[in-house]
Structures are given as C-alpha cells and as structure tokens.
Design a protein around this ligand. Structure first.
Ligand code: GLN
Length: 519
C-alpha cells in the first residue's frame, strides 16, 4: 500500500474533501486500486449525534454507519460505496484504547498517547486494502486534537519508508484588496506547523478566490521547501465537479505516481454536468446554518444538470395565511420536504405539503418529509384533528407516525436508529414502480419512527383501488413509501435516495421528480 495524505492549513472549509475525492478519482482512472479514508479528530464516535447546523449533513453508508459528509463526496466522486472502515474518529480510537485498558490488554503498562494511541491509529489505517490509500485528515494543522493523528502518520511513514508517502498540504491564500496583493503569510505559517509535526509536504495546493500570480506561488514554494512545479493553485470554481478534470490536466496523478513509483495508464473518463437548467425548486428545511446540512439532496439535483434548490426556512411557513403561503410557494415549480429531527419547523413543513397537495405541485418528501405528508393527509383529508408523530406529540389522539417497537427500549442516542441498507418490495402499478422498474430494491435509512398503518389502515389503499387515499408504493416490515395516484407527483419515501446518488448515476427518484417539473 502507498499513501497519499491530505492535510489542511489556515482554515477549514476550503475544499479538502473535494480535493481528496478528486485526487482519488484521477488515481482510480489511472488504473490504480484506490482506497479512501477520512480521519476526523473530533471526540464524537461518529457524526450521528452532531447537529447538521454546525457540522453539515450526516451521511449514512450501506452498513449503517453515520459518517461525516466527506464520505458522501467520496462516494459521489469515486462511484464506490463507503463503509464504516472509511472513517476514523478520535472518539473511536480513544474508546477502543480505553476498552482495551479495561480488559487488561496492555499487560500492566502505563497507557499513553505515544505509543498506545498512535498504535491504535496505525492499526486502523493499515487495515484498509488497496494499492493506494488517499487519507484526508480533518481540521487544520495545529489543532490540538489533530496532532496525535499527524504523529501516528509520521511514525507510519518512518516504518514503511518515506518514499511510500505523498503528502499534500491544502491551504488558503487571502487577497487583500486595500494593498492589492495575495497574502501568503498564513500559508507559510501552516507549512511551518506541519513541518514541526515532522511532516514535509510533497505538494502544496493553494486555494484562493481568484487565480494567483507566479510571484506569490514562488514564495509558497520557497517556504514549503518544494519545487515551484509542486505548488498548485486552485482558484474557486462554481462547479466542484470540474476539479478532477483540472487536477488531471495539471497531471497530478503523474506526479503522485512518479514519486510513489506506481505504474499508471493513460486514461481519464469523467463526465459531469456543465450547463444548468434554471428550475425553481424549494427545499423546505430548518437547518440553515450551512448549505452542507442538505448536501446529498442538493448535489442530487445539481448532478442532474439543474440549478441547486433554494432552501426555504420551514419556520416562516408556520402561522401564515393561505394567501401568504401562496405568495411564498407559488414561485416554485417543485418542493422537496427535507429530513430532520425534532419539533421545530414541522408545522411549516406540513403547511407546505398541504399547499403542494392541493395545488398539484410536484412534491418529494424524504424521511421526516414523508412522515409530514402522512400527517398532513391525516389532518386535512381524513379529518383527524391534531394527528401527529409521537416524536412531536406523544399524547396525540392520532399517532399516524409512531416509534418503531424495537426502538422503544433503546435509551442511548448514538448509532441506535434503524440505519443503513434495508430491503423493500416495490408495489406494481405505482409511480415508484415506474421509477425503479423492478420489484425489489435496497435503500439507506436513518430513522426511529414509522408510518402507523396498523392503527390507521383506513388512510391507505393499494394501487388501482378507488378513493382518495395514500397508496403504499413500497413496503418492508414497515411502510417504505407512499404516493397519491391522482397527483402529478406526490411521493414520500421513508428512506434516503440522496445517499445513493453518484456522478453520472443520480438516484432515479430525483430524475423522475425533475421530469415531472419539466413537463
Ligand atoms: N425524525 C424522524 C425519525 O426519526 C425522521 C428522521 C429523518 O428524517 N432522517 O423517524
């Protein structure tokens, strides 16, 4: 195994994840068996308990791991499914070390950061298979919690041989308008911090708002101790899917292969949307702290060559008149009702569903979004006043969404939902069947509550049966999807189709949704 290690400097959020995913992709295209790893220095065991407002979306893998959203980039860019092996957090490492200590596995030694914690990190890294591992270290160099990972990697490079490692350091160079110059000082300092950890970069990727001049890049090379040709400037792009193409044209794969002594082929196939149709799609959600909170949904639309949906705050759709609702939502050609947890904003989502149902606006409900569709139908069509999910109203007279039986005895929140790939049967004669064109599929889940069809069977019907009811379009032990047959597109899914979208292979539910809007 050879290693490409991606570290970051100056600040976070400069696209290290995209760069890692793109580098992995060009190496894969060059014929290498590439593995990827995200190292997250936070103390959470996984991202499952983190607020999307702060940290962005929680990405779920087939094996039910609740991961950092970078695993979503890896899946979309590489076209390969990730698993829990592809993400290490400091929480996992410390948990495992402490468990081993309690089991007496350290045979009386004083358990220390070096060598015990570093050993644990190295073992986890070494357990990944392939010709090349692209490993991205989250955060920025100098962060206290990231330091131990840099140390482990420094040790690993010493054990395996420095020539087996290629270090890419990603930094940001701000532009100072007042003096009309690029400021490389923060970059210089972050390189120094990296070097103090015993790691010298092989390549420095400098992110900037606009293209940098060669004078500034030269300076970075000088301070970084690398050749000028190993400083790569990547100015902002509107479309991140350009990055693999840019890296390929800069021959980054050749430089890595040369240094790591890898044989590569000359091949590069990478197709992504370059032109975007203007469609007004509202994503009704409540996590507005960062656009990353709904990353996979937004990318699923963008990757179909349609401009990104606009996030509409579900809170503003609460307590408003029908005409106000109309003035806000009539601007949009389609609505996506977002997944989520907790009571805040749900009434706004229910109002949006009502508007879409009554006005024949295409609407796609995902997980919580689907549950909102069922509640809306119960209240406004069935006349069940106060119908709700027991997540929000434990005493409702009409618990049309209720906690799954097996969830009721679970007390801990971390990693305990119904998670990951679950099989379902798609019912023939439904829109969903037209979309999938097959009877069985497996989709990723992340929820505790389900449609309470046992108690409220009168709300549902089979396809073809008369009456204005919800058609169950997919089922397992639970209701997995619903739709209204007389509506152009009223589709709710308990699962998350967005987690399965890849570049060039977006989940067909999004395609179908956009096709209806296009008509
Ligand atoms: N809060 C809901 C549940 O737990 C929906 C979860 C989600 O949207 N991912 O069932």
């Amino acid at each position: 195994m050879k290693y490409v290690i991606v570290t970051g400097g100056v600040l976070s959020g400069i696209g290290k994840g995209i760069l890692s995913a793109s580098t992995a992709r060009i190496l894969k295209e060059a014929g290498l068996d590439v593995s990827v790893l995200k190292i997250d220095p936070y103390l959470n065991v996984d991202a499952g308990t983190m607020n999307p407002n702060q940290h962005g979306e929680v990405f779920v893998t087939d094996d039910g791991y609740e991961a950092d959203l970078d695993l979503g980039h890896y899946e979309r860019f590489l076209g390969v499914n990730m698993s829990m092996k592809n993400n290490i957090t400091a929480g996992q490492i410390y948990l495992s070390v402490i468990e081993k200590e309690r089991e007496g596995k350290y045979l009386g030694s004083t358990v220390q950061m070096v060598p015990h914690v570093t050993e644990e990190i190295k073992e986890r890294i070494k357990s990944l298979k392939g010709e090349v591992l692209v490993a991205e270290i989250g955060g920025t160099v100098g962060d206290i919690e990231g330091q131990i990972f840099l140390e482990a990697i420094r040790e690993l490079a010493l054990e395996k041989g420095r020539e087996e490692f290629f270090f890419i350091h990603v930094t940001y160079v701000p532009y100072l308008k007042t003096t009309n110059e690029f400021k490389t000082k923060p970059t210089q300092q972050s390189i120094q911090l990296l070097m103090r950890s015993g790691i010298s970069p092989d390549m420095i990727v400098v992110r900037s708002e606009n293209e940098m001049n060669s004078h500034s890049l030269k300076k970075v090379a000088l301070f970084g101790g690398v050749k000028e040709s190993d400083v790569v400037n990547l100015p902002d792009t509107k479309n991140v899917y350009e990055i693999p193409e840019i890296l390929h044209s800069l021959k980054i794969h050749e430089r890595i292969a040369e240094k790591l002594n890898l044989k590569i082929r000359d091949n590069f196939k990478w197709e992504y949307p370059k032109f975007f149709k203007k469609k007004r799609i509202a994503l009704i959600g409540k996590y507005l702290g960062t656009d990353d909170a709904y990353k996979s949904i937004i990318e699923s639309i963008f990757l179909l060559g349609v401009e990104k949906p606009e996030i509409v705050d579900s809170m503003i759709l609460e307590d408003i008149s029908e005409s106000e609702m109309k003035s806000i939502l009539s601007e949009y050609e389609g609505l996506i009702i977002a997944p989520g947890f907790g009571k805040r904003g749900i009434e706004g989502k229910i109002n949006a569903v009502k508007y879409a149902r009554e006005n024949n606006i295409p609407v796609l409900g995902i997980c919580l979004g689907m549950q909102m569709m069922v509640i809306e139908f119960a209240r406004n069509v069935m006349g069940y006043n106060g119908a709700n999910s027991t997540e929000f109203d434990p005493n409702t007279k009409y618990p049309v969404i209720d906690m799954m039986e097996e969830q009721k005895k679970i007390l801990k929140l971390g990693g305990t939902m119904r998670l990951g790939s679950q099989d379902m049967e798609i019912i023939e004669g439904t829109k969903l069947f037209e979309i999938y064109k097959r009877k069985y599929a497996s989709e990723r889940h992340r929820h505790r509550y389900e449609v309470n069809i046992q108690e409220f069977p009168e709300m549902f019907k089979n396809p073809g049966e008369p009456g204005y009811k919800l058609v169950v379009s997919a089922k397992s032990k639970f209701v997995e999807a619903i739709e209204i047959d007389s509506h152009p597109f009223f589709v709710g899914v308990q699962f998350h189709p967005e987690y399965k979208s890849k570049v060039g292979d977006v989940h067909p539910i999004f395609k179908a949704f956009l096709e209806v809007i296009d008509k």
